[in-house]
Design a protein around this ligand. Structure first.
Ligand code: HEM
Length: 121
């Protein structure tokens, strides 16, 4: 009786080992495309397709932002930021078009709207 049990147990153990080995070998592993993508990259041409206040992207310091939801919140009068939609706007952001930088609060706000990075030239 004990011998039978022992043999059954040993058999079951080796079958389990075999199944795990076969599973690891043949079950599809996570394909590379399913892994979280690294940061998206956009060209200036792609950014230029988002050049209206209703769909406004900008590149600032080589980072790309979708600022559409922020535009209505921007504290300056309208028409100051809109012309920068679809463009490389580092200098405009740095200077507010009057030689004064944005505050650290503005820099922090900006991070919320990041969608990717500017493609290397
Ligand atoms: C790129 C084009 C932009 C231009 C030309 C521009 C210009 C200005 C101007 C003229 C003012 C008001 C006057 C002043 O505070 O000196 C201002 C204030 C402000 N802007 Fe912009 N802005 C731009 C983009 C942005 C973006 C992308 C954000 C954030 C997502 C932002 C956030 C703010 C904030 C929070 C203020 C209040 C003052 C401060 O914190 O510096 N701006 N901006």
């Amino acid at each position: 009786m004990m011998r039978k049990l022992f043999l059954l147990g040993t058999g079951a153990f080796w079958i389990a080992v075999l199944l795990v080995w076969a599973g690891a070998r043949w079950l599809p592993s996570v394909p590379e495309q399913a892994l979280p993508p690294t940061e998206k990259r956009f060209t200036l041409e792609e950014i230029a397709r988002h050049a209206s206040p209703e769909d406004c992207w900008m590149a600032i310091e080589r980072t790309v932002y979708d600022l559409t939801p922020y535009l209505p919140e921007h504290p300056s009068r309208s028409g100051i930021v809109d012309p920068w939609c679809g463009k490389e706007a580092t200098e405009a952001y740095r200077s507010k078009m009057k030689g004064r930088p944005h505050s650290p609060e503005a820099d922090h706000l900006l991070t919320q709207y990041r969608v990717g990075a500017l493609e290397e030239p």
